[in-house]
Each structure stands twice: as C-alpha cells, then as structure tokens.
Design a protein around this ligand. Structure first.
Ligand SMILES: [Fe+2]
Length: 176
C-alpha cells in the first residue's frame, strides 16, 4: 500500500512539499527566436540573443529572489564531454544556492527526494520553470533525445557547485 499511497500524491504536491517551485510559463517565440532554438548548438551571439529575449519572461523571479545573472545551457548529442557531465548531474546532490531552470527547448528529467528518501521524477519540457531552493536534494538527466536548452538564473555563480549526498539511486525512468 505504501507505493500506491505515494503515487496518490500529485507531482505538483510532491514538489511543493519539498519547497520546489514548478510553474508553466508559456513560450511564444517569434520566428527568429524559434529558428535559433531549433538549432542543435548556438554560438555565443546566438546564446546572448536567446537570453535577452527570454530573460524578460523571468524578470519577476530575478527581482523576487535576487538572481542577477543568467545564461543559456545548451546540451546536444555532439556536446563535448556530455556523458561525463551527465554522470555528475545524475548523482543525487544539493547546492548552497538555488538551482533555477527555464526550459526552452528539448527535455530532461529531474529527480527530487522527499524527507523519506522517496524519489519523484518529473519530465520537463519547454515552458517549464523550476526553482530548486538551496539544500533540496535532486538530480538531472537527459531523455533519449539527449538534447535541451535551458535558461539558468544565478544569485552567485561562484558558489554554485554540487554537494553529493551519496544516496544510491537507480537510473531515472521517463514517468508514465
Ligand atoms: Fe543540481
């Protein structure tokens, strides 16, 4: 009955209970922006164009939580060192600062752990906005398409490192 009961908690309630803010902020990219987002990789100029256009949609969050820098993370099958990066992201960890992601293209899986160590995996797609407060245990991986673009918001980039919790965890599965 335990696992059945846990599944009766909606994803929204599960993440809310651990303090994660999960919203849908619809994207309506104009054609030029949509074309940039459709590319597998972007040069620095392309990334800056995307950040400038989409940053407007999260200004309220910057003001509310003191995020004063943002960048665009782009992962695709040709990203150098992708497998090594995913091995780091996939291990349960926390940060001393918030982890904030606004998904613009592609998709990924975030795993969140509650106070009992129970994990809930969310599939995030364009328009999903996540604010994972400092100290909340989580992990991340890509889906089979191995492709995502996400805006990252930072209060302090210098202190933003992963603290691994050493929790053993099986591979994340795409939720049904
Ligand atoms: Fe993280």
């Amino acid at each position: 009955m335990g696992s059945l009961a846990s599944h009766q908690v909606s994803d929204a309630d599960f993440v809310a209970a651990i303090g994660v803010q999960w919203q849908h902020r619809p994207l309506a990219p104009e054609p030029g922006l949509a074309a940039l987002l459709a590319q597998a990789q972007l040069d620095d100029g392309g990334k800056a164009t995307v950040v400038q256009a989409v940053g407007m949609l999260v200004v309220d969050e910057c003001v509310a939580h003191g995020y004063h820098s943002m960048d665009l993370v782009v992962l695709h099958p040709g990203t150098p060192g992708l497998d090594e990066a995913l091995e780091r992201f996939d291990k349960p960890h926390t940060h001393a600062d918030d982890e904030v992601r606004y998904i613009l293209e592609g998709e990924g899986l975030f795993g969140f752990f509650d106070a009992h160590g129970q994990e809930r995996v969310l599939r995030v797609q364009p328009g999903d906005y996540l604010r994972i407060p400092a100290g909340v245990e989580h992990r991340f991986t890509l889906t089979a398409t191995r492709r995502i673009k996400a805006l990252r918001l930072f209060a302090d980039t210098a202190g933003w490192v992963a603290q691994y919790t050493q929790r053993p965890a099986a591979a994340m599965e795409v939720p049904a």
